[in-house]
Design a protein around this ligand. Structure first.
Ligand code: ZN
Length: 245
């Protein structure tokens, strides 16, 4: 809460709102920053809680992200975040990327469909329209409830550990030094997420989350100093790649 109040003070002192960003841009960027932050938190939890991973860690972090989107939000908000965050997986919405099969991340479109499938699988009846809007083929849709159940079963013991907050440590936020509109927006989204997560979960070690300029559109977990960095450049990157722009 203290960080949010500090942010409000920053906003008032600089007399700026987010008017330079359209409402659609704000929603798209906020959804994707949230999804990416949950993904990086997945890496942190895998490291700090010594979670055994039997396939690619990147896939496990994607699954953790979509489970949190489903778990921590009401239906309307969850659908809105999951919808926008799905497109965040597709780097170039206008064409197919050259797929680097050696990469630790799965191909973008596969990550897109995995995300959609697990999200829909959580409540298939309520999310049939969501699956249709995102063109999830019927043959994949059939297995989504089972895929969600398997994902939840895998992560649930860890999520229970996080929710048992005895002697747990919190997530600490370090705001960016830059005060441009994109930095301020990213800070406000991440600070709010941290406040919400700190009321739900605790970690075995203090996790530091920085929003800062880093000369690249990136976000990453660093196990050396137990920190997540969300680069402010990511905001521009997301706006540039927003579908329909
Ligand atoms: Zn990752």
């Amino acid at each position: 809460m203290k960080h949010l109040l500090a942010l409000v003070a920053i906003l008032l002192s600089t007399s700026v709102g987010y008017a330079e960003m359209s409402e659609d841009e704000q929603a798209y960027v906020a959804a994707n920053l949230t999804g990416i932050f949950y993904h990086e938190l997945g890496h942190a939890v895998i490291h700090l809680n010594e979670v055994p991973i039997f396939a690619q860690e990147e896939d496990a972090a994607d699954v953790f992200s979509v489970l949190l989107i489903d778990m921590l939000n009401d239906e309307e908000t969850a659908q809105s975040i999951a919808y926008d965050a799905a497109f965040g997986y597709i780097e170039d919405p206008e064409g197919h990327e050259d797929i680097p099969y050696w990469d630790v991340h799965g191909p973008d479109e596969q990550r897109f469909y995995n995300h959609v499938c697990i999200f829909v699988g959580a409540v298939p009846d309520k999310r049939a329209g969501f699956a249709e809007d995102l063109e999830l083929p019927e043959e994949r849709l059939e297995s989504c409830a089972a895929e969600f159940d398997q994902a939840l079963e895998s992560w649930n013991p860890i999520i229970d550990e996080l929710a048992d907050k005895r002697s747990g440590k919190v997530i600490e936020f370090i705001p960016a030094a830059t005060k441009d509109i994109h930095s301020l927006f990213a800070m406000s989204v991440i600070a709010q997420e941290i406040d919400a997560l700190n009321t739900e979960f605790a970690l075995p070690e203090t996790l530091t989350v920085r929003v800062e300029a880093c000369d690249e559109a990136n976000a990453f977990y660093d196990p050396e100093d137990i920190s997540i960095t969300i680069c402010t450049e990511f905001v521009e990157h997301l706006i540039e790649r927003m579908p329909g722009v």
